[in-house]
Design a protein. Structure first.
Length: 69
């Protein structure tokens, strides 16, 4: 998972439950030309095209979800 995305999940979750850490299962469908796995030799890092826009949409959806819970 991209570091910025992981940080976003932690930030949103901590607003509603500061004493625990989130456990997430995330399935992302990304078109072939919108990511790059050739960032590090071990392929553990992923670079997403339009990452900023994706994070904004994720933030809005997560905040909405947690407000309803």
């Amino acid at each position: 998972m991209p570091k910025k995305m992981r940080a976003l999940f932690n930030e949103i979750y901590k607003q509603f439950n500061a004493s625990m850490s989130p456990i997430l299962i995330i399935i992302l469908f990304v078109e072939d030309n919108n990511y790059d796995i050739n960032i590090s030799p071990d392929k553990r890092e992923v670079c997403l095209k339009n990452e900023k826009e994706m994070l904004e949409v994720l933030r809005a959806n997560l905040e909405s979800f947690f407000e309803d819970v």
